[in-house]
Ligand binder design. Structure first.
Ligand SMILES: Nc1ncnc2c1ncn2[C@@H]1O[C@H](COP(=O)(O)OP(=O)(O)OP(=O)(O)O)[C@@H](O)[C@H]1O
Length: 281
C-alpha cells in the first residue's frame, strides 16, 4: 500500500500581536493522517471557525509551508516543490475547490475561459476544439454542458451551477486529489445535496480522493468515509465517519453533534451550550 497523501506531525504557526511580537498561534498543531493511494475516499475535516481547517487545506495545496512536520503527496514532500515544472505537475494532481464560486471567477471574464485555460495549462489542449472537448467532458461529469455555459459570465449562473463549473474545472487535469474547502456553504440549501452527491460520484466513478473541509456535521456524516474533528488546531477525534459521528467521545464533538440534532427542543440553545463547552475545554 502506498499513500496518496500523508501528513506527518504537521504544525503551522502564525505570528500574532504585530511586527515586534514574538507571540504566535498554533493554527495547526501536530496533525497526522494519511490517505491510501489504492482506495479513493472522501475524508472530512470538520471543525468550527478558527479550528485550522483552511490552514491544512493551504498546506495541502502547497500555498503554505508547515513550521514542522511533513506533507507528502505521491511520495514527494510538498515543501520541496520548487521549480515551475514540479509545481505544474503537482497542481495537475491536486486541485482545489473553494468556498465561494463567485469569488473564484472574475465577473469580467467569461466562465468558459477558465475551463479553456485549465485545459491548455494542465491537459495539453492547444486548439479551441481540444479545449472545448475537454471542457465539455468535464462539464458533463458534473451535470452541465458546454452549450449551457458557453460565453456566459459568473453572474449569469446560479451559485450551484457556478460551483459545478468550479468542480468541472478541477476535473480537467484528471487530478488524484480534490481539496474542497467549505464547497457547499455558499450554495443554496436546496442545491447543497446535489453538489455533495457529486463528490460521491467522483470518488466512485473517477476514483478521485476528496478532502472535504466543512463545519457542517450533517453533510460530513452523509458523504464521508473517514473524518477528523478539529478544535484549536488539534485533532480531537478521528476514525470512520459513522463510528465517530454516531458515538463522539470528546465533549467538543458531542456538543457539535448536539448542535445539529433535529428536532430537539434544546437545539435552539445548542450554540450557547457549545460556547460553554468550548470555554470549559
Ligand atoms: N495568515 C494568517 N495570519 C495569522 N493568523 C492566521 C492566518 N491564517 C489563519 N490564522 C489563524 O489560524 C487559526 C486557524 O485558522 P483557519 O482559517 O485555518 O481556521 P478554519 O477552521 O479554516 O476557520 P474558518 O472556517 O473560519 O476559515 C485562526 O485562529 C486564524 O485566525
Amino acid at each position: 500500500m502506498s499513500n496518496l497523501l500523508e501528513l506527518d506531525h504537521v504544525t503551522k504557526l502564525y505570528p500574532v500581536g504585530g511586527l515586534f511580537s514574538r507571540k504566535s498561534i498554533k493554527a495547526v498543531n501536530d496533525v497526522s493522517f494519511s490517505l491510501d493511494g489504492d482506495k479513493p475516499e472522501i475524508f472530512a475535516i470538520v471543525g468550527e471557525s478558527g479550528s485550522g481547517k483552511s490552514t491544512i487545506a493551504k498546506m495541502m495545496l502547497g500555498n503554505e509551508i508547515p513550521n514542522s512536520g511533513r506533507l507528502v503527496f505521491d511520495g514527494v514532500d510538498i515543501s520541496n516543490i520548487r521549480n515551475r515544472a514540479q509545481r505544474e505537475a503537482f497542481m495537475a494532481k491536486v486541485q482545489p475547490v473553494f468556498q465561494n464560486p463567485f469569488e473564484a471567477f472574475n465577473p469580467l471574464t467569461r466562465v468558459d475561459a477558465y475551463l479553456f485555460g485549465t485545459a491548455h495549462r494542465f491537459a495539453g489542449a492547444n486548439t479551441l476544439q481540444e479545449k472545448e472537448t475537454l471542457s465539455d467532458q468535464a462539464l458533463q461529469r458534473v451535470g452541465l454542458s458546454m452549450a449551457e455555459i458557453k460565453g456566459r459570465f459568473s453572474h449569469e449562473l446560479s451559485g450551484g451551477q457556478l460551483q459545478r463549473v468550479a468542480v468541472a474545472r478541477a476535473l480537467i487535469p484528471s487530478p488524484k486529489l480534490i481539496v474542497a474547502d467549505e464547497p457547499v456553504s455558499m450554495v443554496d440549501a436546496s442545491l447543497r445535496m446535489s453538489i455533495v452527491n457529486l463528490f460521491r460520484s467522483l470518488r466512485d466513478e473517477l476514483k478521485v480522493s476528496i478532502i472535504y473541509i466543512t463545519h457542517d456535521l450533517a453533510t460530513a456524516y452523509y458523504i464521508s468515509d473517514r473524518v477528523i474533528i478539529m478544535q484549536k488546531g488539534v485533532v480531537i477525534e478521528s476514525g470512520g465517519a459513522r463510528a465517530v459521528l454516531d458515538n463522539p467521545t470528546h465533549p467538543y464533538s458531542i456538543a457539535l453533534k448536539n448542535a445539529v440534532l433535529p428536532p430537539d427542543p434544546k437545539a435552539a440553545s445548542a450554540a450557547i451550550r457549545l460556547r460553554g463547552v468550548r470555554a470549559a475545554i
